[in-house]
Each structure stands twice: as structure tokens, then as C-alpha cells.
Design a protein around this ligand. Structure first.
Ligand code: FAD
Length: 390
């Protein structure tokens, strides 16, 4: 087995790095934690689009590049390494475009995929509701057929970026009388339709990145149904595999990882570099081991995707391991920094201390968003290990 990248992939990685370093020098962004989910910059996404880096794996007939999932992983790994503000196009590129490719009508593909690739439209994920998170099939948001429309009524919650996206990829109940998994459909909702209200939710860090979204008699033209009516549940399952399998599940707080090693090398405590303290050394080494294991798990998912297979339990396994690593990193960083690890705004003496604290406060979400670790372990047990269901 050859674990090496091809020369083209190595060249591509260098090209992406040079581009991002150039953008940092130009001042177009400052590296940050969680920038793939909170760093909304349509302008920066359009720069990425101009490079041809959105829809990298999609067919050329829709404007994609027809590249492999490993190529895409090289790209996303570098975008995260530099903490680039890619939230505007991240979900569309990761899963919505892929869902439209798999289930959309020819008209939806012809209209929306090129718009996603040009960074003209941006999608959010409208799945969770107050009473439907892990048990998503309990969702109550209704889409009732009326003339040439679906009329939407109900609520979504924790909708990341709803205030910033042009479209929401919504799952709603289209048959209230069917068994709960069988009456659900997927719909594309332009966010400027009358009857949509978005209320921000403040997270522990003080950010307002996710929202409540209310639908009050929103009239959605029928052309926005994706795939088969009432068969949405089966479509969602494959979408979640894409949602769970990316390297953002390992590198959300990479800026912190990098800064922590730098800090340990440069800082003296009790007259000697922190990196020579045996306990700190071991803790840093352990973090490095877990980062590398996580990276291999994510590359394994990309290999499965490259073979045209669905990375179901592999994605669950990777997300579970990697998000626990991210949490551990945030926790270790606050401890290693001592008092500086409790400052939400970066101090002048430890410029990255703000990363540590905000990452620590954001980190409970890592093992919740995109499916909780408990749910993912059930998937691993059932589909990976073949254990009987509970
Ligand atoms: C930062 C962040 C961003 C998010 N962004 C979005 C978004 O953009 N769009 C969107 O639709 N949603 C989003 N979510 C919501 C997320 O998908 C849900 O929070 C998640 O699926 C869990 O659902 P819940 O919050 O309702 O918790 P619940 O499902 O109520 O779970 C509560 C607890 O019970 C456990 N549990 C539940 N069922 C089982 C079981 N069968 N076996 C064992 N344990 C179980 C869970 O693991 C959890 O610990 C986001 C969440 C976060 C934290």
C-alpha cells in the first residue's frame, strides 16, 4: 500500500499554501479557530471560487473539476491549517451540492451547481428542531402541498449561519399520517421568501453563529423539492456521511494546536523552556499522536469516497475520535497556559490565549454538531461491528 501523495497533489498543496499565505499578507483574513463554521466571508469564498476550488470533485459539465476526494482533502486540510474564513461556501461544497448532484432534477443541477461553484449562493442546513435532534425523524416542521407550492410551517433550531446564507436545505414533514421515517422530504428554501424569521442564539463564546428559524405560511414553489417526495429520510442518511467525514472534525482549532507548540518552545517557566518540562512534553506528544491518528482516519474516509462507496461507519468513527481530540486540545491548552488560559480576549504576552479560551468554550459543540458521539458510537456498533441493535 502506498500512502504517498501524487506529485500533482503535492504541487496542488503548495499552490493552496502560497495562495493562502498571499491572502494573509494582503490582510484579507487573519487565521482563526472554527473559521469553517463561523468565518462568513462571501468575498473570500468568491476568491476560492475564482481558483476553481469549490465543487472540486463535481463533474466538469456543471463547472466542477472532476478531481478526486483526496485532492479535495488536500485543499480542505490547507484551508483549515491556515484558519481561512470559508464558512459561506463550506456546507454547499461539502454536502448540499453533492445532494443536488445525487437527487436533484436536471433543472436544479443546471441552475444551482454553477451558482454554488461561483460562490453566488450559499446553503445552510435546516435539520434540527427543538424536539428533533438525535431522533431527527421526529421532526414536525410541515410542508403541505397547496396548488403549485409547498406551504411551510414550523421551526428549526441551531441553524448555523442561517442569518448569512442565501438558501436553506430543509427537511420537512410532507405526510403527517405516514410512519415517521416515511413522510419526510428535502426542500431547497431561498431565505428571502416572505414568512421566514431568523432569531440569533448566543453561544458560550458570545458569538451569534447559530439561530432559530421560524416558517409562517411560507409559500415555496414545488420546483424546490429535491428527490422523491416522502423519501427524504433515505437521502439524509447519505448526506450525513458527508457532513461527518471532513477534516474540519479534526482541525477546527488547528490555530490553537500550532500556537501551543510554538508557545512551549519559546516560553520559559522557572528558568527553563516549557517544552523541557517532562509533563508538558508528554502532554504535547500525546496531542501530536492523536492528531496524526485522526488525520489517518479522515484520509481513510476520503479513500472510501474515492472508491465510490458510502463512508458510513468510517465517517462515524473518524468524527467521534477527532472531535474528542479537538476537545482535549482545547482543555490542554487552557491548562498549559495557566491563568492566560482563562482570558477570552488575547493578552499581549500570550497573543493566542484568546484562541484557547474561546476554543474551550466552543468545544462542547464539537461532539454534538453533526451527530453526537453517543449516536455515532451506535452507528459504529451496528454497522461497523455488526452488533445487534439495542
Ligand atoms: C455548534 C453547533 C452547530 C449546529 N449546527 C446545526 C445546523 O447548522 N443545522 C442543524 O440542523 N443542526 C445543527 N446543530 C444541531 C445538532 O445537530 C444537534 O444538536 C444534535 O444532533 C443533537 O441533538 P439535540 O441537541 O436535540 O440533543 P438530543 O438529541 O436531545 O440529545 C441529548 C443527549 O442525549 C443523547 N442521546 C440521544 N439519543 C440517544 C441514543 N439513542 N443513544 C444514546 N444517547 C442518546 C445525545 O447523545 C445527547 O448527549 C448544531 C449543533 C451545534 C452544537
Amino acid at each position: 500500500m502506498d500512502f504517498a501523495f501524487t506529485p500533482e497533489q503535492e504541487t496542488f498543496r503548495v499552490e493552496v499554501r502560497r495562495f493562502l499565505e498571499g491572502e494573509i499578507k494582503l490582510g484579507s483574513f487573519a487565521p482563526g479557530c472554527d473559521a469553517w463554521i463561523i468565518g462568513h466571508s462571501p468575498e473570500f469564498s468568491r476568491k476560492i471560487a475564482a481558483k476553481g476550488w469549490i465543487g472540486l470533485v463535481w463533474p466538469k459539465e456543471y463547472g466542477g473539476q472532476g478531481k478526486t476526494y483526496i485532492d479535495r482533502l488536500v485543499l480542505t486540510e490547507e484551508l483549515l491549517r491556515y484558519g481561512a474564513p470559508v464558512a459561506s461556501h463550506w456546507f454547499s461544497d461539502r454536502q448540499m451540492g453533492t445532494a443536488i448532484l445525487a437527487y436533484g432534477t436536471p433543472e436544479q443541477k443546471a441552475e444551482l451547481l454553477p451558482q454554488i461553484i461561483r460562490a453566488e449562493v450559499f446553503f445552510g442546513i435546516g435539520m434540527s428542531e427543538p424536539g428533533a435532534g438525535s431522533d431527527l425523524a421526529s421532526l414536525q416542521c410541515r410542508a403541505q402541498e397547496q396548488d403549485d407550492c409547498y406551504v411551510l410551517n414550523g421551526q428549526k433550531v441551531w441553524t448555523s449561519g442561517a442569518h448569512a446564507f442565501t438558501h436553506l436545505y430543509l427537511v420537512a414533514r410532507t405526510d403527517p399520517d405516514a410512519p415517521k421515517h416515511k413522510g419526510i422530504s428535502e426542500l431547497i428554501v431561498p431565505m428571502d421568501l416572505p414568512g421566514i424569521t431568523i432569531n440569533p442564539i448566543v453561544d458560550l463564546t458570545g458569538h451569534k453563529h447559530f439561530n432559530e428559524v421560524f416558517f409562517d405560511n411560507v409559500r415555496l414553489p414545488k420546483k424546490y423539492l429535491v428527490g422523491q417526495k416522502n423519501r427524504g429520510w433515505y437521502q439524509i442518511a447519505s448526506q450525513l456521511d458527508f457532513e461527518r467525514s471532513g477534516i474540519e472534525r479534526l482541525m477546527s482549532n488547528y490555530a490553537l494546536f500550532q500556537s501551543l507548540f510554538e508557545y512551549a518552545r519559546q516560553t520559559k517557566r522557572d528558568g527553563r523552556p516549557l517544552s523541557q518540562d517532562p509533563i508538558i512534553r508528554h502532554r504535547l506528544a500525546q496531542l501530536a499522536i492523536e492528531f496524526e491518528v485522526g488525520r489517518l482516519l479522515i484520509y481513510r474516509v476520503a479513500c472510501v469516497l474515492s472508491q465510490g462507496k458510502a463512508p458510513n461507519f468510517e465517517a462515524a468513527l473518524a468524527k467521534t475520535f477527532c472531535t474528542h481530540f479537538e476537545q482535549k486540545l482545547a482543555c490542554e491548552a487552557t491548562q498549559i497556559l495557566g491563568h492566560y488560559g482563562t482570558l477570552l480576549a488575547s493578552s499581549r504576552r500570550v497573543p493566542f490565549s484568546g484562541y484557547a479560551t474561546s476554543s474551550y468554550l466552543f468545544s462542547p459543540g464539537y461532539t454534538i454538531q453533526g451527530g453526537t458521539s453517543e449516536i455515532l458510537k451506535n452507528i459504529i456498533a451496528l454497522r461497523g461491528l455488526g452488533l445487534p441493535s439495542e
